[in-house]
Design a binder for this molecule. Structure first.
Ligand code: TRP
Ligand code: SF4
Length: 503
């Protein structure tokens, strides 16, 4: 990375505990390697309203989940909630995401981040207990199925804490500083809560490694980047693709594959010079190729052919030897890596993971993530638990919910006359978001109609808010009825998550 891009990255670094809104979602794609979600939409059976309406906008590696859903392979979903206040309509989105994945066949997990709330936000245990209970009620009322899913509190999950401790061995203070901007004054328990979150994210894989999707707001991305790294550091072996003795990153591999596909029918065997020549002719000033060209140059007359490479990370050479004898395909075994020819990445990845599990390794898949847009606050800015008028709690008196919508800021113009001429700005309107994110879940045409009427000037804010406020009142009434219905489940659950209390 050159200095420039490092500076850019600093300017838009993400602070998971900050209160700032994400200003520009495009930055997330360009700077952090988050991929656009829309391309995956056509392959998803029964996408939910958040997916259909672009509220879920980005992901890391969600293709694996689409594959798991479509081929009915095991996968998990997990998200966590910091109980700093009661859950509000913004959290409802995450409840819906968890429940949707559970319905598609995921083993579902949701956790209460009580250690984080205590360490990073200074909440008292008393307050935490009250809010934690309401999050769990919210999850259950949104349809979380307790029979197949698991709910836990960080503080009462011993396995998560043990895993957090192990993960702490794989990182150090300076890495924490560079990811989170921690200072010399950062409390150690705050650091511990980061490790706990990484352990939460990997927890679904402890018994059986499997693709795991973590639906969160984009402010949580630093935790995902860290955890993806930690997951691979804990592997006994890693599996990558290669074409010669050197290693390549994902982007370089794409170029190499294209080159191989073009040249392999013309000449065998190919060598690295042939590929260098092609790449330089076709992409004369492509910056992405600078490092790759150097590698090809020094490999020179080495044979260029696709292979799957297994690298020994932390196993003994004896174990590495045993792994080699498991693999019957044509291979070349070196001291710390081996190359396997005429096989597929998936096949080798499976063999290696199975071997790693047999020998007591974690064999984690890197965790995957799904990002949704934040709901805007009703007072402008971010919807926040700590600004009462900015949000509507799921436990709010329906009448108060009605009033907050009526008092909301809008994307309306200065006067009705101008609005009729120019249309309203639905894209900047918290009330429009209420329709799209929450109030018209199954009915796409309703949200669309509001949008069109608004932007063409046939809908004015007064009536529009009245309509939304009525829907909000109804939504809260229904939801709170569901909460009443699930309350008995909570008592059972308390016994289950605190076995010591039932003794
Ligand atoms: N840090 C998250 C928040 O601020 C809560 C959290 C803890 C979490 N562990 C998690 C989120 C694991 C997703 C996955 O809300
Ligand atoms: Fe928002 Fe409705 Fe006004 Fe449009 S008409 S700006 S959607 S409140």
């Amino acid at each position: 990375m050159n200095n420039n891009s490092r500076n850019d990255q600093k300017e838009i670094s993400i602070d998971p505990w900050g209160s700032s809104n994400i200003e520009d979602y495009d930055d997330l794609f360009n700077h952090f390697g988050i991929s656009k979600f829309e391309h995956l939409l056509p392959d998803i059976p029964n996408p939910n309203h958040l997916m259909r309406r672009g509220i879920i906008f980005g992901h890391r590696g969600y293709q694996s989940i689409v594959e798991a859903i479509n081929s009915k392979n095991p996968f998990s979903v997990l998200s966590g909630f910091m109980p700093t206040g009661d859950p509000h309509i913004g959290h409802k989105m995450v409840f819906d995401e968890i429940v949707w994945h559970q319905k598609q066949g995921a083993k579902a997990y949701a956790l209460i981040a009580d250690l984080e709330a205590h360490a990073a936000r200074g909440l008292s245990w008393n307050d935490i207990d009250g809010h934690a209970k309401n999050y769990i009620l919210g999850l259950l009322a949104s349809g979380f199925d307790l029979e197949s899913g698991e709910l836990y509190r960080q503080s009462s999950n011993r396995r998560v804490q043990d895993l957090a401790f192990e993960l702490g061995i794989e990182t150090n203070f300076s890495e924490m500083q560079s990811i989170y901007g921690f200072s010399d004054n950062t409390e150690l328990s705050h650091l511990q809560s980061v490790l706990t979150q990484a352990a939460d994210i990997l927890y679904p894989q402890l018994d059986q490694p499997q693709p795991t999707i973590i639906p969160v707001g984009p402010d949580q991305d630093p935790h995902l980047r860290l955890t993806r790294d930690l997951a691979s550091r804990l592997r006994l072996f890693s599996v990558t693709e290669a074409y010669a003795s050197f290693e390549s990153n994902d982007l370089e591999l794409i170029y190499l594959k294209q080159a191989f596909d073009k040249l392999s029918s013309k000449k065998t065997p190919l060598n690295c010079n042939d590929v260098l020549e092609l790449l330089e002719n076709e992409n004369p000033s492509d910056e992405n190729l600078i490092a790759l060209s150097t590698k090809l140059q020094s490999a020179s007359t080495e044979v260029f052919s696709p292979r799957i490479r297994i690298i020994n990370h932390r196993a003994t050479s004896q174990l590495f030897g045993e792994l080699a004898s498991r693999i019957s395909e044509e291979k070349q075994v070196y001291k710390e890596h081996m190359d396997i020819f005429n096989s597929s990445y998936m096949a080798i990845d499976d063999i290696v993971r199975e071997f790693e599990i047999e020998h007591g390794g974690y064999a984690f898949y890197p965790p995957l993530s799904l990002y949704h847009r934040f709901m805007s606050g009703l007072t402008g800015g971010k919807m926040s638990s700590s600004i009462p008028d900015s949000h509507i709690s799921l436990f709010e008196d329906p009448e108060s919910g009605y009033k907050k919508v009526k008092a909301s800021t809008t994307g309306g113009r200065e006067s009705a006359k101008i609005q009729r001429e120019m249309g309203g700005e639905a894209d900047k309107c918290p009330v429009y978001e209420l329709y799209a994110y929450l109030l018209t879940q199954e009915d796409d045409s309703y949200a669309q109609r509001v949008y069109e009427e608004c932007t063409t000037g046939t809908r004015l804010c007064g009536d529009c808010k009245e309509e939304a406020a009525n829907l909000m009142r109804e939504f809260l009434k229904d939801y709170q009825q569901k909460i009443k219905e699930v309350e008995p489940l909570l008592e059972e659950l308390t016994l289950r998550t605190h076995p010591e209390d039932s003794d």
